[in-house]
Design a protein around this ligand. Structure first.
Ligand code: ADP
Ligand code: MG
Length: 337
């Protein structure tokens, strides 16, 4: 049985200063340490250590090869894996998970590698059968919406089969055998995401998007199924700062329920607690068989380095350091600056 720990890494995106008066708030010191200014005490720094810190110069390829590539072989032996991007709106989650066509992120790289791995394995053992398929959904206001068939059913039920595998009843699944086939179904589906303008980022998403890539290997006498969940989480920002009201505030409330539940699950796994609170939200229920158990998980914490994000950065780093077994003991020691 493999480890149930969730690996937590941090990625700091390039600086985008609002004006010349704004300060850079987050500094990457090396590949495991970052410093932030201390908002309680001007001129002082807080130091945080993580397993990996990706600085603004780290490219999509290095994040992918460090965090995701090594998970893929597990899918072909019937194990599950999951990758999340966590952080405030504007910090680089969608860039990391999807990326622009000119600088592809995790999804296009993972799909290409999984297709290549399938082709290699089939060339080695042509009598085996390996099926690739995917589903794509969002969790919006604690409702599960099928992005491959939007509008069909407003909230799909999450169920558990006799082998304790989690599945979503009625969720569409598309079989693919090439990257082109994937893009054909994925591109229109990704336009279906619920997005709404907030003060922080007009293209921000208020929902969690979940891509499920499934690998089914049929061998003589047995079938192995592995799932990879790739998740672009909703923004973790504080409502008071985004000025959310009414509908936006209700959305944020639901988002925070899921993110809070996720942090409690990660915390429980990383501190070896016996009871893991998967039922705290739709997101964690969906991930019950992909977080913990025989699964492999990585959470990428995205940070925006500018001063205007200082509060979200502070809250996000405090969340990340709760995963005590993974993040080294946090040094909140002060460095004279
Ligand atoms: P989020 O999904 O967390 O709201 P985005 O991924 O939309 O954030 O990123 C916000 C902006 O910053 C976008 O314009 C994006 O292109 C840019 N950006 C984010 N991360 C990087 C990066 N590592 N390198 C270059 N640009 C980035
Ligand atoms: Mg986004």
């Amino acid at each position: 049985m493999s480890s149930t720990k969730v690996r937590v890494v941090v990625r700091v995106r390039p600086v985008q200063l609002a004006d010349s008066a704004e300060r850079v708030w987050v500094h990457c010191i090396n590949d495991s340490t970052l410093h932030t200014l201390n908002h309680r005490k001007d001129g002082q720094m807080l130091a945080y250590d993580f397993q990996s810190v990706f600085n603004p110069k780290s490219g999509q390829r290095s994040v992918y090869s460090s965090c995701v590539q090594g998970l893929l072989s597990h899918l072909f032996s019937g194990e599950n894996a999951s990758v999340f991007a966590y952080g405030p709106t504007g910090a680089g989650k969608t860039h990391t998970i999807l990326g622009p066509p000119s600088d592809p992120g995790i999804i296009p790289r993972a799909v290409r590698d999984i297709v290549d791995m399938r082709n290699t394995k089939l060339a080695e053992a042509p009598s085996n059968k390996i099926q690739l398929s995917f589903s794509y959904l969002e969790i919006y206001q604690e409702k599960v919406i099928d992005l491959l068939s939007p509008g069909a059913v407003p909230d799909l039920p999450i169920r558990e089969d006799y082998d304790r595998n989690i599945f979503i009843s009625g969720l569409q699944e598309r079989e693919i055998s090439s990257v082109d086939e994937f893009n054909l179904h994925f591109a229109p589906a990704s336009k279906n995401r619920s997005t709404a303008a907030t003060k922080l980022n007009s293209r921000s998403s208020r929902s969690h998007s979940v891509l499920i890539l499934k690998v089914k290997v049929t061998l003589p006498g047995r079938t192995l199924t592995g799932k990879l969940h790739i998740i672009d989480l909703a923004g973790s920002e504080d409502n008071r700062r985004t000025g959310n009201q009414g509908e936006r505030l209700r959305e944020s409330g639901a988002i925070n329920t899921s993110l809070l539940a996720l942090s409690q699950v990660v915390d429980a796994l990383n501190t070896n607690q016996l009871r893991v609170p998967y039922r705290g939200s739709k997101l964690t229920r969906l991930l019950q068989d992909s977080l913990g158990g025989n699964s492999h998980s990585c959470m990428i914490v995205n940070l925006a380095p500018e001063e205007r994000y200082y509060y979200d950065t502070y809250v996000t780093l405090n969340f990340a350091r709760k995963t005590k077994k993974i993040v080294n003991t946090v040094k909140t020691n002060e460095v004279k600056g």
